[in-house]
Write a protein that binds this ligand. Structure first.
Ligand SMILES: C[S@@+](CC[C@H](N)C(=O)[O-])C[C@H]1O[C@@H](n2cnc3c(N)ncnc32)[C@H](O)[C@@H]1O
Length: 232
């Protein structure tokens, strides 16, 4: 299998990994079920074989930084024929996601608690039908911009993992992050921004169920932007 670049994963990008201690019942469900749902099978990162990972063949969809998992859960429920990979370093979000997968008895989700760059580095070339980065941490201060998840190298890694015609969907409520993504994407010629009329970047993706972070952004009066890139 032609795997993605496996150079040392560099500087930590994400913020906190732990919040309030997990309640006993949540902690127990998480401990009992995470290892079997883990993309890397409870071991350290290793090449990912999507065929072996799921009971069924189907389009492979990646969500980076799913937060509380509401969006990922909605997508996996509405599209049982596709297989979903969800990555999130925040333990509380991951524990909730594990609980939801167990409660709904979902077999089309696998998870990784950690950095999505580890997953991208170990997926086969062209294996993803779609990748979604929804409301990535904005890191607004100039000196923190290097922590933003979407950079030239991660956009390149996503392009490597997408199949020709596959889509990268990015949502953000931070105009500076949107222009940042558009600038960095120019250095990744495998991706082309899908734009057919002015203002289409304010139109939500098809079947959009929203995300928890987006609901807060809307309550605070910020306007979401939605970017779609296609793998050439
Ligand atoms: C602003 S929150 C948005 C959460 C969710 N997508 C939503 O819209 O409600 C950004 C999420 O990205 C996660 N994150 C940050 N760095 C990451 C990385 N390197 N890999 C995967 N997830 C990451 C954070 O832990 C956080 O949950």
């Amino acid at each position: 299998m032609d795997q993605g670049p496996k150079e040392q994963i560099g500087k930590t990008l994400y913020g906190r990994r732990k919040g309030k201690p997990l309640r006993a019942h949540l902690a127990q469900t998480y401990q009992e079920h995470y290892a079997r749902l883990d993309i890397f099978g409870g071991m350290g990162p290793k090449p990912i074989d999507p065929v072996a990972l799921f009971d069924q063949a189907g389009d492979l969809v990646l969500e980076v930084g799913f937060g509380g998992g509401e969006h990922l859960l909605a997508r996996a429920l509405e599209d049982p024929n596709s297989n979903f990979l969800g990555v999130e370093p925040f333990e509380n979000g991951m524990a909730k996601m594990v609980r939801a997968v167990v409660a709904h008895n979902l077999t089309n989700i696998r998870l990784h608690e950690g950095d999505a760059r580890e997953v991208l580095a170990h997926l086969p070339k062209g294996s993803l039908a779609r990748a979604m980065v929804l409301y990535p941490d904005p890191w607004p201060k100039l000196r923190h911009h290097k922590r933003r998840f979407l950079q030239e190298d991660t956009l390149g890694a996503i392009a490597h993992c997408l199949r020709p015609g596959g889509l990268l969907q990015v949502a953000s409520d931070i105009p500076d992050y949107i222009s940042w993504v558009l600038r960095h994407q120019l250095h990744v010629p495998e991706l082309s921004w899908q734009v057919d009329h002015a203002g289409c970047w304010h139109e939500a993706f098809p079947g959009w169920p929203g995300t928890r972070y987006e609901a807060k952004a809307l309550r605070d009066g910020r306007k979401p932007c939605y970017l779609t890139f296609q793998r050439r």
